[in-house]
Design a protein around this ligand. Structure first.
Ligand SMILES: C[S@@+](CC[C@H](N)C(=O)[O-])C[C@H]1O[C@@H](n2cnc3c(N)ncnc32)[C@H](O)[C@@H]1O
Length: 251
């Protein structure tokens, strides 16, 4: 198994602040799938609960897990301010450790890209297959690795936004560089800077591109019975120019 990508407390807070702006295009897709499913739902890599808490608000019987205690802490703090009770735990996509089976499992927002090696990716598919009831579905989305987007973004710091953390205003920025040309992995660096320009927090993740042919091969190697892919959250076919691949694997 390759190493895990882990958020620091500061960068977890920054993730929450920079993603706390509602629907990024996937919300109604995952919510509709969850509310139209009979039986419990599991969100893998649920992070700070952007979608997971919405599932609870909609009355879905949902559990969640994430590898990062810092992200889960923020999720729990948010839940404590509302009338919802989360059932979340710390676990890896490759070894879920659930105590019940699910009708539907979700892994939104590129989280599968944290799995760098084929063995990791297959282990995650097996882990989800194991926790799904017969006929259960795994839904996840990953970006389409597009040459134009990669060429434009690689190596340049991208300013994200300012966020207040423990009373101090911090500026976030991110940069992608090639981690391993042969393995097709890249390094996503994130930094938080104070008003003097000093770096106060820094995280580095190694992520993997997952072109559709590779996901298709993974599905073929898995125990899932059937699978399909769409080129967006409206379930239109995946075609050239699309930027997201949305996969459904059925047990
Ligand atoms: C892009 S965020 C998505 C969070 C949430 N699903 C959302 O849509 O906002 C990716 C999440 O994957 C988690 N993660 C990374 N590697 C993981 C692993 N191996 N197992 C479980 N979670 C992982 C990170 O901690 C982070 O919370």
């Amino acid at each position: 198994m390759s190493e895990k990508n882990q958020f620091s407390e500061e960068l977890a807070a920054f993730y929450e602040a920079s993603h706390d702006y509602g629907d990024i295009g996937d919300e109604s897709f995952y919510l509709n799938a969850a509310t139209s499913t009979d039986g419990p739902v599991l969100e893998g890599a649920c992070g700070t609960g952007r979608l997971y808490l919405e599932l609870l608000r909609q009355g879905v019987d949902a559990d969640g897990f994430d590898v990062s205690p810092e992200m889960l802490e923020i999720l729990r703090e948010k839940a404590a301010t509302e009338d919802v009770t989360p059932t979340v735990w710390q676990a890896d996509l490759r070894s879920i450790g659930a105590s019940r089976t699910y009708s539907l499992a979700l892994v939104p927002y590129n989280s599968f890209c944290n799995l760098r090696e084929v063995d990791d990716q297959l282990a995650a598919l097996k882990a989800f297959h194991d926790v799904l009831a017969p006929g259960g579905r795994l839904l996840f989305d990953v970006y389409v690795p597009r040459y134009d987007v990669i060429a434009e973004a690689v190596g340049e710091w991208q300013e994200i936004q300012e966020v207040e953390y423990k009373g101090t205003l911090l500026r976030g920025r991110s940069k992608a560089t090639i981690a391993n040309q042969v393995e097709q992995t890249y390094r996503a660096e994130q930094e938080l800077l104070d008003t003097d320009g000093d770096v106060v927090a820094r995280d580095e993740f190694v992520l993997s591109h997952l072109p559709p042919q590779q996901v298709d091969l993974l599905a073929r190697q898995s125990a899932f019975k059937q699978w399909s892919v769409w080129g967006g959250f409206n379930r239109e076919p995946l075609t050239d120019g699309d930027s997201v691949q949305v996969w459904e694997l059925v047990k």
